[in-house]
Design a protein around this ligand. Structure first.
Ligand SMILES: Cc1ncc(COP(=O)(O)O)c(C=O)c1O
Length: 380
């Protein structure tokens, strides 16, 4: 039995007819960019997430860029974030002219370690971007306290954490602004690209609404140079079909993670640490192992697809080599990056597939311990 990493066909089988009807509706409307569908999606998303304002944009990177700009971040400023993230988090900072400063992570949660933020704060620090990596909420209460103490803005990169909850609040609605991506494989993923900025701050909302549309505040009135970060109607129409399924899909992901934890309990891999209820929506199911290359090869031979998110920490990417922090500067991040392995995870994964993955991991353990035993015996 082969086990795919994600399965878009199973995902879209559920909504195909509704999706085609939505596309026909857009085609017939003759309006294709930031119109009625986008407005309706924004209303529906704001109502489900409890956000004061929901602004649809072209992708998650654009949402992060606009969040930073609307928080007043620009040239000469520093923004603290993590290095074990998709590079877009750092790119958005660079796009404003500011510099990303990377804080190390808590090895248990793989999210930012609040204690590592203080040594990164300088008079130029203006904001922290909390990345809810793999779908697990970053420690928002601690981050809020630090940001309040140093008068920093707190922006959430919730691109992997749609619907994760902290004390009844949705990921993306806890900081000053929250950013989501609707890249196809996300917990809420469209059939192209899309993003969303959430905020309760009317000043941020007003600035983002203008910046995403060429700095426009009224027809042919451009108050500052902006961007074309608008969402197409087809994407909004697709997302309106998918949004009502998000909660149930997250429940399915959490149940799959629970099944994995039990099935892998007698194996050599370390499964994700426990989290508060609803505080992890398992965009990815990431285990840790010191024998990653061997295990990944073995799983591939057994037909189990895996991936690494992400194989190179951002501070070690050529694009950020000049930022100053080279190898050895973020010990926990670098150790994690060597050990992480993402196992198949999506809302429609079956218990048979999870059992098959666990069986393959167990077989790998057995073969490698037999090989190690034989090598030890041979050495005597
Ligand atoms: C953590 C994180 N930040 C930012 C992004 C950027 O989102 P997008 O690809 O929609 O621009 C992504 C998604 O790929 C992500 O996973």
């Amino acid at each position: 039995m082969s086990v795919p990493f994600v399965d878009m066909a199973r995902l879209h089988a559920e909504t195909r007819d509704e999706m085609l009807a939505a596309f026909a509706r857009v085609l017939d409307s003759g309006a294709f960019v930031q119109g009625h569908e986008v407005e309706a999606f924004e209303r529906e998303f704001a109502s489900r997430s409890g956000a004061g304002h929901a602004l649809a944009v072209s992708n998650g990177t654009a949402a992060l860029h606009l969040a930073l700009l609307a928080c007043g971040i620009g040239s000469g400023d520093e923004v603290i974030t993590v290095s074990n993230t998709f590079i877009a988090t750092a790119e958005a900072i660079s796009m404003t002219g500011a510099t990303p400063v990377f804080a190390d992570i808590d090895p248990e949660t793989m999210n930012i370690d609040p204690a590592q933020i203080l040594p990164c704060v300088t008079p130029r620090t203006k904001a922290v971007i909390a990345v809810h990596l793999y779908g697990r909420l970053a420690p928002m209460a601690e981050l809020r306290a630090i940001c309040d103490q140093y008068s920093l803005k707190l922006i959430e990169d919730a691109c992997q954490a749609h619907g994760a909850m902290l004390d009844g609040r949705h990921a993306g609605t806890i900081g000053d602004a929250g950013c989501l991506s609707f890249y196809p494989t996300k917990n809420l993923g469209t059939v192209g690209e899309g993003g969303m900025l959430l905020t309760d701050d009317p000043a941020i909302a007003t600035r983002v609404a203008s910046l995403r549309n060429h700095g426009q505040t009224g027809k042919h009135v451009h108050v500052e140079p902006g961007y074309n970060y608008r969402m197409p109607e087809l994407q909004a129409a697709a997302l309106r079909v998918l949004l009502p399924h998000l909660e149930q899909w997250n429940v399915a992901r959490i149940a799959a993670a629970d099944a994995y934890r039990q099935a892998l309990s007698d194996t050599s891999v370390a499964t994700p640490a426990a989290s508060a209820e609803g505080g992890h929506v398992f965009h990815l199911y990431v285990v840790r192992t010191r024998r990653r290359a061997g295990l990944q090869r073995f799983l591939q031979e057994r037909g189990v697809a895996t991936a690494i998110h992400y194989p190179t920490a951002v501070h070690l990417q050529p694009a950020y080599a000049a930022a100053g922090s080279g190898p050895g500067s973020l010990l926990q991040t670098e150790q994690a990056v060597r050990e992480i392995l993402s196992l198949p995870m999506h809302p429609h994964i079956t218990s048979a597939e999870i059992a098959e993955v666990a069986r393959a991991v167990r077989d790998f353990d057995q073969i490698s311990s037999t090989a190690a035993g034989a090598a030890a015996a041979g050495g005597q």
